[in-house]
Design a protein around this ligand. Structure first.
Ligand code: B12
Length: 492
């Protein structure tokens, strides 16, 4: 591999490769303005071997015409397009179209979540030359070098890619490796982005998990989750094992962001941050020993990883808020349908401990699974209310590609007959699509919006607390509540 990269460096260092990140606002969707982590990893993997640059239309709120001009100025031979949720598929297809319009002879390669979960459908977009499935580490530099070498046989037998054959038929080489097989995780490389542009966006955010005062950065210290929740796509994306970055590497990144960019708040976006107890203790103890002046939040805590000692350590290390995903207040639904290894009995104790420590605690619940009864759904709201979280969110079970939930909903004929991951009407936060004998999408949407309102805002103290967490005035919060009730909680 090293030998290969050396060869790449020598021959390809002048060849222009651009990573193009589309603007999610193009189709009226909300933008997520944090640092795109994939861009940092791709920089680390490609900067040495190619003339690599990044065009992030999202952070700069660029129009499609501006993107065309910018791409023409760069004049790349290869345009890489990075994708996250399939919910943004229109933006991704538009970006690929813009790339071909701006630079008709360029080669387009689409990577990230979309090709990983819906490769066969995606490759039928005639503007795409290759899709790239799964992680880029130890793979992408080699693949791009092959594309430059024009060696068709080697390109087309590469593991985990897709293309159309001479007759336009999709050929997908399934991926036979995951990020956890990577021998050495790469450190994110910030050198090609204007870090400052991203660090202050969280100040305007009303998302309680993402907002902050001062400069704030996301950080991902591990990839993947070993659990088997029915609705989750992570197994397809990262495999069943977690790929951990070393504590030293994480500390280096945090110190770089703190000391060179004034970051005082971190937001951990790992799938399962606390999974390795030894590693998390080591990380927290270093943060405490070095007396970092930081606060941090994490949105993805598996409650069964917590205990009093760990929560105390988290608090000492600057944790101000975390969110646990309880999913259901009914044990049958939780264990038999969702397959989450959580014992509901532990939840009230966690809330109590957070209250004592002064850590804000949020919780996520999901309603509307195939096989779930109306009474079990009601139990979820009763449980959520009884725990008295600082903020609680209810979601409606959403079938995502390559998940068991989608397979089950399809097999049981619970989705609309024209349901498609390529149809924008089947996306949007708060929308419901699964219909069973027990409930309809409409009932779930109404119930969710009104129970969210009732449980979170039932006393003046709770209203004040929620407003603070969401970075809103009471008036703004009331406005948000009104809109949520009137739209049944749907937003895009
Ligand atoms: C962080 C995160 C977010 C952040 C996104 C911040 C941002 N803009 O960067 C926030 C919290 C805002 C968020 C929101 C949402 N998210 Co999210 N999120 C994640 C999470 C946990 C990690 C993604 C990440 O950054 N990973 C780290 C980077 C390095 O990995 P990566 O992006 O996969 O990139 C690697 C490879 O894919 C590849 N790669 C990536 N791009 C490219 C491009 C090329 C050309 C190549 C060759 C390779 C390549 O190389 C990278 C290094 O190996 C994933 C779970 C997961 N395990 O992926 C869910 C996940 C992507 N999110 C998901 C969802 C559903 C959403 C929401 C729609 C939720 C909602 N309803 O609001 C929104 C939509 C956001 C969006 N823009 O798409 C789903 C998507 C499922 C699906 N099938 O579509 C996931 C998979 C969660 C899950 N388990 O189901 N999310």
């Amino acid at each position: 591999m090293d030998q290969f990269m050396d060869m790449g460096e020598e021959t390809n260092s002048n060849r222009k490769v651009v990573l193009f990140i589309p603007n999610t606002r193009w189709y009226g969707k909300r933008p997520w303005l944090m640092i795109p982590y994939a861009a940092l990893i791709l920089t680390a993997l490609l900067k040495k071997s190619f003339n690599f640059s990044i065009l992030d239309a999202n952070i700069d709120d660029m129009s499609q015409d501006e993107c065309i001009s910018a791409l023409q100025n760069i004049d790349p031979e290869i345009v890489l397009i990075s994708t996250l949720s399939v919910e943004y598929h229109q933006q991704y297809h538009t970006a690929i179209d813009l790339a071909k319009r701006a630079c008709p002879s360029c080669i387009t390669i689409v990577g990230g979540i979309y090709p990983t979960v819906l490769g066969r459908e995606l490759i039928m977009d005639a503007n795409i030359d290759y899709i790239f499935i799964g992680h880029a580490e130890e793979r992408i530099a080699e693949f791009i070098s092959l594309v430059f070498s024009n060696n068709k046989n080697q390109i087309e037998s590469f593991n985990g890619i897709g293309f159309r054959d001479g007759e336009g038929k999709p050929i997908i080489n399934d991926l036979n490796t995951y990020i956890s097989n990577v021998k050495k995780m790469v450190q994110p490389d910030y050198s090609l982005i204007n870090t400052k542009k991203y660090l202050y966006t969280s100040q305007q955010s009303n998302h309680y998990q993402l907002n902050s005062n001062g400069a704030s950065s996301v950080i991902i210290t591990s990839y993947g989750c070993p659990y088997n929740c029915v609705f989750c796509a992570t197994r397809t994306i990262s495999g069943r094992k977690i790929a951990f970055r070393t504590v030293e590497d994480i500390i280096d990144e945090m110190e770089f962001l703190m000391y060179e960019h004034g970051v005082s708040n971190f937001n951990f976006l790992d799938d399962c941050l606390l999974a390795d107890r030894q590693r998390i203790y080591k990380l927290l103890n270093i943060i405490i020993e070095r007396a970092y002046k930081i606060s941090w939040k994490v949105g993805t805590v598996s409650a069964w990883h917590l205990n009093d000692e760990l929560m105390e350590l988290m608090k000492k290390a600057g944790c101000t808020q975390f969110t646990i995903s309880v999913e259901s207040g009914n044990p049958r639904v939780l264990h038999k349908i969702i397959r989450k290894p959580l014992k509901l009995e532990i939840v009230p104790g966690i809330v109590k401990k957070c209250n004592e420590l002064g850590i804000d605690i949020g919780a996520n619940f999901i309603i509307g699974f195939p096989g779930e009864t109306w009474d079990e759904i009601r139990e979820t709201f009763r449980f959520a209310e009884s725990c008295n979280f600082d903020l609680v969110h209810f979601h409606i079970a959403t079938p995502l590609p390559k998940t068991d939930l989608y397979r089950i909903a399809k097999e049981q004929n619970l989705l609309p007959s024209n349901f498609s991951f390529a149809d924008p009407k089947y996306f949007g936060f708060g929308q419901a699509f699964i219909k069973t004998d027990e409930f309809t999408p409409f009932e779930l949407m109404v119930l969710r919006a009104f129970e969210w309102d009732r449980i979170n805002f039932n006393t003046p103290e709770k209203i004040a607390k929620a407003a603070k967490m969401m970075n809103l005035t009471i008036e703004e919060l009331n406005n948000h509540r009104r809109q949520t009730r009137q739209n049944c909680g749907i937003h895009f």
